[in-house]
Structures are given as structure tokens and as C-alpha cells.
Design a protein around this ligand. Structure first.
Ligand code: ATP
Length: 248
């Protein structure tokens, strides 16, 4: 079974002159750490937002574990999907514990069981001593780690993360990547976007490179590198397919 299958996806935002997605198709097999890669403006965030039901596609289909995002399976999809957005989606005036209890309540968790679950996650992410601190006083890396916890309280089978390691220090990045490996090792699927190709090469079993709203190439990093004699790594592959021109 595929964790995600996207077929002929089109998206033109209201009032936009050009489409953001123009016939994008790809799928990822269940149980993999997958990467959605592409230059600035390629359409990664738009794609992820459509997969998660936050943005409506202009045309095309999205299936999450075979459930059709467009045909009333939203509640079922919500239960199996966790999303970590690019922007920190936490209340700055509330403490980490208060924030996470709030998100846990949204998924129907309550009381001591929820508090214990939150504390266990805070501990796993090295935040146990910051549980009573306001999010507004957290460092960037601490906010990102808390943002991830908010998305995994309901233990989603598919975790989607939009640039989870952007702008964090080496220690937080290393912890986040190890978490993704551990989460995947429990049988869960992960889809993440990143501009850090060395990182994607290390962690992803399958990557889809997109540009200008379309799929350019898909495969395991090793297979993509091996297919091009002049390419030594995923960054070379990326530049081979997307070119050197700057994107503004
Ligand atoms: N809400 C919106 N309204 C209009 N256009 C949008 C909107 N969101 C994104 N776009 C446009 O859609 C295109 C794809 O944007 P998107 O953010 O999906 O790309 P991305 O690959 O995630 O880029 P980045 O790597 O810079 O985050 C861009 O041209 C962008 O300007």
C-alpha cells in the first residue's frame, strides 16, 4: 500500500496569474522516510498542504493510505496523519505543557493520561525541564521540537513535516533526524521537505524532486546518483535536473 499517492495535481491560487502545481504525480510506499525536494517556489508546501487537506486542489487526486482526500474521508485521514508546518503553530503565551495539552484535547486525549503522554514526549525531546516555560521564551530549536510533539500525540501512521530542520542548530537537527529514524523504525511513514540535500540523502529511502509544479524525477538517492555518471551526490542530481538558474 502507498502512504501517499498524488495524481495529476493542479493548483492555481485565487487571483494568481500562474499555476503553482501543473500535473504533479508521485507516490510513496508505506513505511518509508520519503523526501519531497525542489527549489524555492517549486510547489512543495502547496503539495503538502493539499495532502493534509489544508488547501484545496484545483484538480487531481490525493490518496492517503488509499483514502481519498476529496471524497469525505477527511476525518479518517485526520486520525492517521500528523502535520508539522513550516511556521511554528504554538501559542507563545502558553507553556509547552499547556500548548501540548491543548493539542492533545483536540484529538480527544484528556486528564492524567494526556499529561503523562506529553511529559514522556517532552522528555524524549530533551524538554522535560522546560515544560512550565512559555513557548515565547523558547529557542528556535526548542520551538521546533515542541511543534513536532504537537503533531505526534495521536501517533499518526504518516508524519508530514515541512522543513523541520530549517534554521535550527546542529544539536536540535541531529535530535530531530534521529527522532524521524526512530519513528519510522516503529513502522510509521514519514514525508518531509528540505533544502538540505546532504541531509535528505542520509535519511530518505525515496525522494521526489519537483520543479515548477511538476515531478522531475523520483527514486532512492543511491539509484538517482548511480544513474548519472557525472553526479557524486544528491545535490549534483538536484542541480542536474533543476538547473543552476536562481529562483526568486
Ligand atoms: N497562498 C498563496 N497565494 C498565491 N500564490 C501562492 C500562495 N502560496 C504559494 N504561492 C505560490 O505558489 C508557488 C509555489 O509555492 P510553495 O510555497 O508551494 O513552494 P515551495 O516549493 O514550498 O517553496 P519554498 O522552498 O520557497 O518554501 C510559488 O510561486 C508561490 O509564490
Amino acid at each position: 500500500m502507498n502512504s501517499i499517492a498524488v495524481n495529476d495535481l493542479h493548483k492555481t491560487y485565487a487571483g494568481a496569474l500562474t499555476p503553482s502545481l501543473q500535473g504533479l504525480s508521485f507516490s510513496f510506499a508505506e513505511g518509508k522516510i520519503a523526501g519531497l525536494l525542489g527549489p524555492n517556489g517549486a510547489g512543495k508546501t502547496t503539495t503538502i498542504s493539499i495532502i493534509c487537506g489544508l488547501v484545496k486542489a484545483s484538480a487531481g487526486t490525493v490518496k492517503v493510505f488509499g483514502l481519498n482526500q476529496e471524497s469525505g474521508s477527511r476525518e479518517q485521514i485526520k486520525r492517521v496523519l500528523g502535520i508539522v508546518p513550516q511556521q511554528i503553530a504554538l501559542f507563545p503565551q502558553l507553556t509547552a505543557l499547556e500548548n501540548l495539552v491543548y493539542f492533545g484535547n483536540l484529538y480527544g486525549f484528556k486528564g492524567k493520561a494526556l499529561k503523562d503522554k506529553v511529559m514522556a514526549h517532552l522528555e524524549a525531546f530533551g524538554l522535560e525541564n522546560a515544560a512550565s516555560k512559555e513557548i515565547g521564551k523558547f529557542s528556535g530549536g526548542m520551538k521546533r521540537r515542541t511543534n513536532i510533539i504537537a503533531a505526534i500525540l495521536h501517533e499518526p501512521k504518516l508524519l508530514v513535516l515541512d522543513e523541520p530542520t530549517a534554521g535550527v542548530d546542529v544539536q536540535s537537527r541531529s535530535m530531530i533526524l534521529q527522532f524521524l529514524r526512530d519513528y519510522n523504525a516503529k513502522g510509521n511513514s514519514v514525508l518531509y521537505t528540505s533544502h538540505l540535500l546532504e541531509e535528505a540523502q542520509q535519511i530518505c529511502e525515496d525522494v521526489a524532486i519537483m520543479d515548477e509544479g511538476k515531478l522531475v524525477v523520483q527514486g532512492s538517492p543511491a539509484a538517482l546518483v548511480n544513474a548519472l555518471p557525472d553526479c557524486r551526490n544528491l545535490e549534483d542530481v538536484f542541480l542536474h535536473y533543476t538547473g543552476h538558474a536562481l529562483r526568486d
